[in-house]
Design a protein around this ligand. Sequence first.
Ligand code: FRU
Length: 500
Amino acid sequence: MPPPLIGQERYRPLYHYTPLRNFMNDPNGLLFYKGEYHLFHQYNPHGNTWGHMGWNHAVSRDLVHWEHLPVALEEEKGVMIFSGSAVADTKNTSGFGTWQHHPLVAIYTGHRTADEMQSQCLAYSLDRGRTWKKYSLNPVIAWEADFRDPKVFWHAPTETWIMVVAKAAEKRLRFYGSPNLVDWTLLSEFGSSGVPDDQKSNWECPDLFSLPIENEPGTQKWVLHVGMGSGHPMGGSGGEYFIGEFDGTTFHNDNPSDKILWADGGKDNYASVSWSGRTGAEGERYWIGWMSNWQYANTVPTTPWRNVLTLPRVLSLRRTPEGLRLIQKPVPQLKTLRASAHTCRNILFSPTKPLVLSPSTWGSALEIEVIFEVRAATEVGISVRGGDNEETLIGYDVINSQLFVDRTHSGESDFHPDFATRHSTTMKADPTWIKLHLFVDTSSVEVFGNDGETVLSELIFPNPESQKVSLFAKGGEARLVKLTLWKLNPATKPNPLLSY
Ligand code: FRU
């Protein structure tokens, strides 16, 4: 039998970004420029496991439909292209373009395979990102061990380019400043994450940006986000964030240094970074993460590509009784994928009387908004991708105030011993009303609890036929206040011209 067409393979997501073929990790160089969202990502052009890393490229006008472009930056002379960022140099401070024809500049880590040393390098494009030229005097910050993932932005008050970059194994970040992207001066350092040293490995892929506080017009705070190579409460890699002030030189953490804030309670969200430039219509900040975990990123059962990105999300901060917290919501552009809608309300269900939704609502590409009233239940939730002996549970544990995804019976899982587990994180909900917004795709679920306050991103590998949706309660009766379910149209169309 010939292999399936690209877009029709088992587990190929229907509306999440995946490369057509080969291995992907971190999103890189996210940039909004002249109506296009650029997405680059770590990519092996030669195979379906990590290696020969460079930057693959795609563009989108709506963050939902992606056009695949040729690889932008490739390994050369024993130097791989590791993670980094990109900016529009609209004042031509770098001199790579002209005042009228300003350059896009990528700032990436060069990784020398022979001795594993790393340095910060530049490449630029004068044709809206279609072709890239490496700067002839690279590197712009010299070779060191474990020194990577520069994120650069323009800091208007000081009229300076700021770079935050990781000293990965030391678990520290450095801030540099530059007038022109070429000459960099060390400004300050930041370290200490609260995660005990023996539980965390490298710090990677930092990002620094300011965000508005919900319902407090005119206020903002700075967020510093860092990937922890290991030490996530659910095992493996995950992202931690700090909230505070950035004065143009130094980041000041508002919380004690042992306060840990994880951006995602699920097991599969790493190396999230935000788009640079003005992104949303109101200047909102969007970001996207790599929906995988270094524990099994090289073994997830997909071919001819490996790994997928999260949905793009819009960010803000919310004042909660526990303090300021990062809020993530799916970008509103995703609503354009909604096909048929189905609503039901005010139905009681219980351990002996689960509520199976009508088969006309079942599917593998779904968006669901649901509100439960807990009543006597100790656990309440929704089962998706149900089939013969498999289902994925998304629910709330009322007694322990935990939002969870249970993928112990979600489908294929033998590629890693830690995959088929239940993952949970605290959600301080109104104890009687549980509000969830979830997205189901061919090989993932993403849950946004309490209007984006608590998020879990998780891979699953169910049988394509497993599409059933039902509601469950444990310990007593619960009430479905309201559920709206949309079947989602695919954003990635199979391309008959592309095969292997
Ligand atoms: C994070 C990371 C980065 C590095 C890249 C290499 O997942 O380890 O620190 O730049 O992947 O592919």
